[in-house]
Design a protein around this ligand. Sequence first.
Ligand code: 13P
Length: 260
Amino acid sequence: MIAANWKLHHTAETGAALARGVVDEVLPWLGERGGAEAVRVVLCPPFTALHAVAAALAGSPLDLGAQDVFWEDWGAYTGEVSAPMLVAAGCRYVIVGHSERRHLLGETDEAVARKARAAAGHGLVPIVCVGETLAQREAGRTEQVVLGQLAPVAESLVAGGGPPLVAIAYEPVWAIGTGRPARGADAQAVAAAIRDRLVAAWGDAGASVPVLYGGSVKPENAAEFLRQPDIDGALVGGASLDPAAFAGVVRAVDDTEGEA
Ligand code: 13P
């Protein structure tokens, strides 16, 4: 899975143009690979561009996602947007617990777990973001922090036989928007710890949960992450705003074949 997090960029009009550009770049390659089953490509624009981007993606195998969701469905919650609203707008995915929301807006692990649960309850796949700060990494606390963030999610999403409806994005905070990605081996070590925790919580179903890496992913470095055994995709910020660069990340899947 390669997911684009556009963050606070693009209106409905410019977002639809970007989405059309991505479709043009990615579609021929996806077609050769057998379509969306080969690689899930997900675009996550701001709320106000969801409908326009949904229209731009209509008939293509690319999927639509949002960048946040509230845990209640309806009610007196000024400014919030709920899972049923996102489903009606055409979303299949929603990012929750991005570090920018945790750090700038004070989202707690428990709030993130409630959001993930609300999304999954409506058939939306929550892409739950976890990741340590530089200070936490330097203090040797990376695994403790990441697994601590994951725990309420693992507890609140109960695997009912099939694979739990969730993806996890490991995004070290110090690698986001800095041009300084993690090393592949370091990202793999954290992804493996996440995988172990998911399997402990959900058994075999935990093994099939997609674990993504995010943080300064570019066409030039994407294969280094995608070839790691416990990394199943990427969550892309800056590079997702340029159709050619984002398509380059998607096509990096080709450079990982037989190397996992
Ligand atoms: P960058 O790719 O710009 O580092 O952002 C990563 C990210 O936060 C994706 O959610």
